[in-house]
Design a protein around this ligand. Structure first.
Ligand SMILES: C[S@@+](CC[C@H](N)C(=O)[O-])C[C@H]1O[C@@H](n2cnc3c(N)ncnc32)[C@H](O)[C@@H]1O
Length: 260
């Protein structure tokens, strides 16, 4: 189970996330990053029609990623949003987007059973959630995401990618893992697990995925001390098996040749 700190994502967070105008970090960094990640994943959807594709949004928060999915043409009846916080889920249900919402912990091994009606998914989005998980929770979460995806399904993940600037305790791009408590923009104290680019890539690859697109996202004008890292990764069991059969190691995969 995730720590109790996750329950601090409640009404205050939801109101901040859905404020009008929206938070600058969403407008300038997260919205464009997730839009490009969803567009990239849509190029490789195992389902030929977007309306038929099933999508899971992990850690819905203010349900803004669900808004993006709806704008991209996914059908509300095929979108499922999960969050560990019951407050978040009850608020998201009231938005009237038509998506399915339920309380669930992505790190819980029983989640595949819980979502057996909705799964498997062609696409799983997970924006700004992995940074709230410990290393072992991240491994459980990625294993569940892998199992919930169809073969050739994609994961679109967004995480903070801090750079040393005003904050001396934040890590530089090349530094390692840092755990810190921070006052979040909505006023709560939240625990952040900061990892660098290589740490996220290694864990995602170790979980069986083939990362095929990444983007370092920063605003034109600084709005925060942290930037974002977007990763699009694919579950491709057939491709991985064919590599093993040909005695090729995954390190020989040329991500760019593969994704185009
Ligand atoms: C920073 S918010 C991000 C919300 C949204 N994805 C976005 O990008 O705007 C993180 C959300 O993940 C949820 N969360 C944290 N740990 C989780 C877990 N183990 N399983 C499911 N949701 C989780 C939190 O309750 C919170 O709503």
């Amino acid at each position: 189970m995730s720590g109790p700190e996750h329950y601090s994502f409640g009404e205050k967070y939801f109101k901040w996330s859905r404020s009008n105008p929206p938070p600058e970090i969403w407008l300038k960094v997260e919205n464009p990053a997730m839009t490009s990640g969803i567009n990239e994943a849509m190029l490789y959807l195992p389902q030929t029609s977007v309306e038929d594709a099933r999508v899971l949004d992990v850690g819905v928060g203010g349900a803004k990623v669900v808004d993006l999915l709806l704008q991209s043409g996914f059908s509300p009846k095929n979108i499922t949003g999960i969050d560990i916080s019951p407050t978040i889920i009850s608020l998201a249900k009231k938005l009237g987007q038509g998506a399915n919402y339920c309380v669930a912990d992505i790190t819980n091994p029983k989640i595949t059973k819980k979502l057996s009606q909705e799964a498997p998914f062609d696409l799983i989005t997970c924006s700004m959630v992995f940074n709230h998980l410990t290393d072992s929770q991240l491994i459980f979460a990625l294993s569940n995401i892998f199992n919930l995806l169809v073969d050739r399904g994609s994961l679109v993940a967004l995480v903070p990618y801090p750079k040393k600037s005003k904050r001396s305790d934040l890590i530089d791009a090349n530094d390692g893992y840092v755990l810190c408590n921070d006052i979040a923009p909505w006023g709560d104290i939240v625990q952040y697990h900061h990892r660098n680019f290589a740490q996220y890539f290694e864990t995602i690859e170790m979980s069986g995925f083939i990362p095929h697109f990444q983007s370092f996202c920063r605003p034109n004008s600084p709005v925060e001390t942290t930037n974002r890292l977007l990763i699009v990764a694919r579950k491709d069991v057939q491709f991985k098996n064919s590599l093993i059969n040909h005695n090729l190691g995954p390190e020989l995969i040329n991500r760019h040749n593969y994704s185009r």
